[in-house]
Design a protein around this ligand. Structure first.
Ligand code: GLN
Length: 485
């Protein structure tokens, strides 16, 4: 049996806690015991909040004993990526530059979790400022994949993915700018989803690339991912990019099957020209076959401009990052290396506070935005982005959802890709196109590849297409062979 099936789901825990069949405290203690056992080797957390979580679980038990309805996540332990602001609790983005900073407010998603009765168990490790695909770019050391600790969990939300895969929490939140939920979900054998741009509030998410960043769930089941997405999603007046609509009832659609749905296998994202592991390609074809057997109409579709996604993303995302990260100046947040002049203080603080990958992105982005180069780089990348959106629009005229692998490979050994940034960037080749389009996309485990490690299938949908995306995800989950080892 797969290790991910041994533990209870969020839906199961919440039901048991709400009826008093189990106490929130006993659920929490069980998860803390697992953390005690394995966190030393995995390093999923930057900060474990055991005492706060115990107090919170006891409070929930008291409220339930008093007859209160505490919400749809009653007593469910949740881990939070450490780029989500938590009031009074260190929030580091796994960067030295935020050393000692405690946010004066909670992110909206954190408030919504608390209002739903969840128990925040800790803040999880990430690639510094969410820049990376392996969680090796953390200032606090790498996270390891619970399925094979010699391998990476993916990134940048590797800590959140590993926490769920290891049974440290049934669900967690991550952020996805170019694939940082979907790729680690695939590598850790869990479900991970990125909603439509604007569907989850980013108030309190420390910005990386604002035209791309979205918050989303990790879970062991599609149902749990839907539940968590419903809790954190929906309009928030505190985020100007938030879509002014309530979030749909996703869980209600999960049992509807895929009969009659039109599903397109994206030719350009199947790795025809190499670079993709053959087992990953084989599982993707089998996933398409399984959906066809379940009543969907499956065909191959071309989204030609998606081949330029990676190049456009690595101009647009660093450009936005160079602007967003200008605020870390040694004056307002965290680290300060005081020097004789203000300019020298900025220099010294940023030199000491940022890691190599963050510096690389800031320099790339500053260059792409500089006068004389703006049109040739940033401007052209934006035009490519529009072409990608147009090509997706054309594909979605004929298909309800699109399918591809989530990642070209299964979890790779630590250190394997750190020497060459371009090799690392290639991990995002499948996930970036829908990020640039602002569309929802998710990863569902579907069998295993090399070394018996999990393969994730990406389900993409047009803007606001979460319902059909989750229907297909549920069908894939039901048809998945065996599960992760
Ligand atoms: N791996 C991609 C990058 O390094 C995506 C990161 C993300 O989605 N936060 O930019």
């Amino acid at each position: 049996m797969s290790p991910v099936e041994r533990f209870q789901t969020a839906a199961g825990v919440a039901a048991a806690v709400a009826t008093g069949e189990r106490s929130a405290r006993s659920v929490l203690d069980e998860h803390l015991a697992r953390i005690d056992e394995r966190e030393g080797e995995i390093h999923a957390f930057n900060h474990l909040l055991a005492d706060e979580a115990r107090a919170r679980a006891d409070e929930i038990d008291a409220r339930i004993a008093a007859g209160e309805d505490v919400g749809p996540l009653a007593g469910v332990p949740v881990a939070l990526k450490d780029n989500l602001c938590t009031r009074g609790i260190p929030t580091t983005c796994s960067s030295k530059i935020l050393d000692g900073w405690r946010p004066p407010y909670d992110a909206t998603v954190v408030t919504r979790l608390r209002d739903a009765g969840a128990v925040v168990i800790g803040k999880t490790n990430l690639d510094e400022f969410a820049m990376g695909s392996s969680t090796e770019n953390s200032a606090f050391g790498a996270t390891r994949n619970p399925l094979d600790t010699s391998r990476v969990p993916g990134g940048s939300s590797g800590g959140s993915a590993a926490a769920v895969a290891a049974g440290f929490a049934p669900i967690s939140l991550g952020s996805d700018t170019g694939g940082s939920i979907r790729q680690p979900a695939a590598l850790c054998g869990v479900v991970g989803a990125k909603p439509t741009y604007g569907r989850a509030s980013r108030y309190g998410l420390i910005a990386f690339a604002s035209s791309l960043d979205q918050i989303g769930p990790f879970a062991r089941t599609v149902e749990d991912a839907a539940l968590l997405m419903e809790v954190v999603g929906g309009h928030d007046p505190l985020d100007a990019t938030s879509i002014p609509e309530p979030f749909p009832d996703l869980r209600g659609t999960l049992g509807r099957g895929v009969e009659g749905l039109r599903i397109g296998l994206v030719e350009e994202l199947l790795g025809g020209e190499g670079g993709f592991q053959p087992e990953v390609q084989a599982r993707t074809r089998e996933a398409a076959d399984a959906l066809e057997a379940a009543g969907a109409k499956v065909d191959v579709v071309s989204v030609p401009a998606s081949t330029y996604g990676l190049s456009a993303y690595y101009l647009i995302a660093p450009a936005e990052a160079s602007s967003n990260l200008a605020r870390f100046d040694g004056v307002r947040f965290g680290l300060r290396d005081e020097r004789a002049t203000m300019g020298e203080t900025y220099d010294a603080t940023r030199t000491a506070g940022f890691g190599a990958e963050v510096k690389r992105r800031i320099m790339l982005g500053t260059y792409a935005l500089s006068s004389g180069y703006y049109d040739a780089y940033y401007g052209k990348a934006q035009r490519v982005r529009t072409m990608i959106i147009d090509d997706f629009d054309a594909a979605y005229e004929r298909f309800d959802v699109l399918l591809s692998p989530s990642s070209p490979c299964v979890a790779f050994p630590l250190g394997d890709k750190t020497a060459d940034p371009l090799t690392m960037y290639l991990n995002d080749v499948c996930t970036i196109p829908s990020s640039l389009a602002g569309h929802p996309a998710m990863s569902v485990p579907f069998g295993t590849g090399a070394e018996g490690l999990p393969v994730g299938i990406q389900v993409m949908a047009p803007a606001l297409g979460e319902e059909q995306m989750f229907r297909v995800a549920a069908a894939l989950e039901a048809a998945a062979p065996g599960g992760a080892r």
